[in-house]
Structures are given as structure tokens and as C-alpha cells.
Design a protein around this ligand. Structure first.
Ligand code: PEP
Length: 272
């Protein structure tokens, strides 16, 4: 984390878990133990049908709600799909784009790029995911693969919209497996992502972008991962379904007190 230059974001990805009633129950348990300090942005990306219940429940808090996916088209004959403006109107501020579970269903880098552009156009903060498979890691192509995913995903994203983009590095082999990347492995790739952003945009953009790690992050390993210089938060699946675990991860994002010269406010990414 580097709170001088960028925001720390702890985001949950509920995937296909919880009903609207369970969302209401979860949120009341979560709110009862949510720490008071505002040291990171807290987001829950929830199933589409849970968005209204989640938005209602967090209305009196600093917590934001996001979608788990979206269609890049503004409207039309796309049965079962949800547009960026629908998410926004429902009260979402964020949307996960390009999660490996959606890529496994056929989503391409081009689709990811179209969704990122549409999300930004609508005013949502995209959490754009990237990550390599175990085979790719073992064959030594991780850096090249991630760099390509980032370049393709950010194609035509204008400089002024980049301040809204969040990138999540999620090694596929670590998602839902209980096998976390070591802090060093995660830091190496997140640093590499920042270098790609620097080359595509500028040092200023690279310094300002929040890069999250995702892949079996939990209440036990979060502090060590978040202590890495280029890991600005987490995208958390399993552990975001349990209020106590998620709160412990938020607490792990509570760093040592800021040095006096670091106490400048960081610009809000997604809050109205
Ligand atoms: C995810 O779904 O993005 C994820 C990282 O899941 P988990 O934390 O369960 O590995």
C-alpha cells in the first residue's frame, strides 16, 4: 500500500452466493462490526438481484456496492444482460470486469475492453481483472501474458478516465483454491502492472492507480499481502461472505499512522 499516492480498496466478490434476504442479514451483521476508521474504501460486488437490498442496507455507511459483470451495449436485445446505466441507476459505483470465471465462459480481452470503456462512459469504476493460469506461470510467460491483458483491456481508455480505473491481479491458480500467491509473487506482478501503466500513460498515472490482489486472500494472509508496496487492496471472494472475516481484512488495511507529510487527502474514486 502507498496511501500517499493512491487509495486502498477492499472489495468483496460474492459471485453466485446469497439471496436478497441473505444480503439483508449479512449487511446488518457486517454493519454492526464495521470499523469506524476510514482507512480504505470498502466495496461489495454482489449478484444483480441482491443490488437493491445491498444498496439499501449500506445507505447510511461509507460502503459502496458494485456489479459483478455488465454488458457493454447501452440497451437492446440482450436477454439476461445488464447495462452500465442499469447498474448505476440501481446505486452501484463499481463493476468487476473480466473476472477469470467470466473469461472461462468465453469473455475475450476485446470484450473486457468494450466493457471497461462502457463502464467509464457511464461513470462506474471498473475493477478490471487479469491473471495467469498455473500452466502459464510454470512456463514463465506470466509477465508477458498480464502485460497483454492490461494493454488490450485499456485500449482507447483516455488519460483523464484512467483515474477511475482499478486493476485486480488475480492468478487463476489462487482463486477459490486456498493457494495464495506469496506476497513476493503478488508484489512482483503488481509492480509489473504498474510499469505497464507507466509505459502506456505516465508515471503520474502509474503512481495513482490502485492495484488489488485477489486469490484466496483472507483474514490470516491479508496484512502481509497488503504490506507490499504495489498492492493497494484486495478483491476477495470466499472471505467476503463472512462478516467477521471481511472485517478482519479491512482491519489489516489499517496501516501504521501516516507520517505528517503524508496526510494529504486522496481524491475519491467512486463516491458521489
Ligand atoms: C475472486 O473471486 O475474485 C477471488 C479472489 O476468490 P477467492 O478469494 O475465494 O479466491
Amino acid at each position: 500500500m502507498n496511501r500517499k499516492y493512491r487509495k486502498t480498496v477492499i472489495a468483496g466478490n460474492w459471485k453466485m452466493n446469497k439471496t436478497p434476504s441473505e444480503t439483508k442479514e449479512f449487511m446488518s451483521a457486517f454493519k454492526a462490526i464495521l470499523p469506524k476508521g476510514r482507512w480504505c474504501d470498502v466495496v461489495f460486488c454482489v449478484p444483480a438481484v441482491c443490488i437493491p437490498a445491498a444498496v439499501r442496507a449500506v445507505r447510511d455507511t461509507r460502503v459502496c456496492i458494485g456489479g459483478e459483470n455488465m454488458n457493454p451495449n447501452p440497451s437492446g436485445a440482450y436477454t439476461g444482460e445488464i447495462s452500465a446505466s442499469m447498474l448505476l441507476d440501481a446505486g452501484c459505483k463499481y463493476v468487476i470486469i473480466g473476472h477469470s470465471e467470466r473469461r472461462a465462459m468465453g469473455e475475450t480481452d476485446e470484450d473486457v475492453n468494450a466493457k471497461v470503456l462502457a463502464a467509464l462512459e457511464a461513470g462506474l469504476t471498473p475493477i478490471m481483472c487479469c491473471g495467469e493460469s498455473l500452466e502459464q506461470r510454470e512456463s514463465g510467460v506470466t509477465e508477458e501474458w498480464i502485460s497483454m491483458q492490461i494493454k488490450n483491456g485499456l485500449k482507447n481508455v483516455p488519460e483523464d478516465k484512467m483515474r477511475k480505473v482499478i486493476i485486480a491481479y488475480e492468478p487463476i491458480w489462487a482463486i477459490g483454491t486456498g493457494r495464495t500467491a506469496t506476497p513476493e509473487q503478488a508484489q512482483e506482478v503488481c509492480q509489473g502492472i504498474r510499469t505497464v501503466v507507466r509505459k502506456l500513460y505516465s508515471s503520474k498515472h502509474a503512481r495513482a492507480i490502485s492495484i488489488l490482489y485477489g486469490g484466496s486472500m483472507n483474514e490470516k494472509n491479508a496484512a502481509e499481502l497488503l504490506a507490499q508496496a504495489d498492492i493497494d487492496g484486495g478483491l476477495i471472494g470466499g472471505a467476503s461472505l463472512v462478516p467477521e472475516k471481511f472485517v478482519q481484512i479491512i482491519e489489516a488495511a489499517n496501516p501504521a499512522p501516516l507520517q505528517p507529510e503524508e496526510e494529504e487527502p486522496v481524491e475519491e474514486t467512486a463516491e458521489a
